[in-house]
Design a protein around this ligand. Structure first.
Ligand code: SF4
Length: 304
């Protein structure tokens, strides 16, 4: 039987008031204000889906995996290939980005099916692509609104933990700060990294990731949820022969929790000071390219 196509609209970026949003006020308040104003404009969205970028690869990959887990939850069958079922609402989506995301998702699903590190059971999947909003953000996080979009939460049983620790031929398990020792049956948050998979500094970034600390803190806000045992980062590599990599991320320490809050408070203060350009040139000329609001790039910023 051929499955009905699922029409998906690609949404740019993560959650509306997540860590990335708040940190952007510390980079350049003017840029943060401009980005926020234009975030939902049709031209911004069209440029995003029609131009190759790592963020687009990740957005497409997340869309495929979102529907994979949702199909599983709806008992439409784990064998359904999301790449064959999901169609995008947009008239044109960059072809290279779509192919790269397809390769990544296919290699991840092959590993999951073959080695069993992640359960393929409807009863084990808790939630998929869930936006969590802190109920008392000002008190807990120091900002009026704080949100996070978590990829998946599911229960891992002892057989999945054994598979993860088994170092199967096509997976790699990184032991961050001895965190593999913390692997135990329970509810785990999964986070995929598509663009980040290619970053040679990924391990360092994962070790000190305030985003992962914030995700775990936000998870604790969910009423009725048992506490998460932790977070596992999944890097579905796209190069043939390379493994899918799982990294167990330590639970946030008290220091990491305090740092999330301190940085958010600084970001809120920057936002309250208003959209003034910040005289730090690396924000205007980052190595990835000139700021899109710089007047030389046709933007409105008259700082120069
Ligand atoms: S060009 Fe520089 S100062 Fe102007 S908005 Fe961009 S980052 Fe900010």
């Amino acid at each position: 039987m051929t499955a009905e196509p699922i029409i998906h609209t690609l949404a740019r970026g993560g959650s509306a008031r997540g860590l990335h949003y708040w940190l952007s006020w510390l980079d350049c308040p003017q840029r943060a204000a401009l980005e926020n104003e234009r975030r939902d404009e049709p031209e911004t969205q069209a440029r995003f889906v029609q131009t190759y970028s790592g963020m687009l690869v990740g957005t497409i990959g997340h869309a495929y995996l979102e529907h994979f887990w949702k199909m599983l939850q709806a008992e439409r069958g784990a064998a359904i290939d999301p790449v064959g079922v999901v169609r995008f609402h947009e008239t044109y989506v960059d072809d290279d980005a779509r192919k790269e995301a397809t390769n990544c998702v296919s290699s991840l699903l092959r590993v999951i099916a073959a080695d069993g590190p992640i359960p393929l059971s409807t009863t084990e999947v808790g939630f998929v692509e869930k936006e969590i909003s802190s109920k008392d953000a000002l008190m807990r996080f120091g900002v009026p609104e704080f949100t996070g979009r978590l990829d998946v939460a599911l229960k891992l049983g002892s057989e999945h933990i054994a598979a993860l620790k088994g170092h199967a031929a096509n997976t790699e398990l990184l032991n961050v700060d001895g965190a593999v020792g913390a692997l135990k049956p329970g509810k785990w948050i999964l986070d995929y990294k598509f663009l980040g998979s290619r970053d040679t500094n990924l391990l360092d970034r994962t070790l000190g990731s305030l985003q992962y600390a914030a995700y775990q803190m936000l998870f604790e806000e969910l009423p009725g949820e048992e506490p998460a045992a932790g977070l596992i980062q999944i890097c579905p590599f796209n190069v043939k022969g390379n493994p899918v990599r799982f990294t167990v991320v330590p639970s946030p320490s008290e220091d990491a929790r305090a740092m999330v809050r301190n940085i958010l408070v600084q970001a809120r203060e920057a936002q309250e000071r208003g959209p003034v350009p910040k005289p730090l040139d690396h924000n205007c000329y980052p190595y990835k390219g000139i700021c899109p609001f710089h007047h030389a790039a046709g933007g409105p910023c008259k700082r120069f």
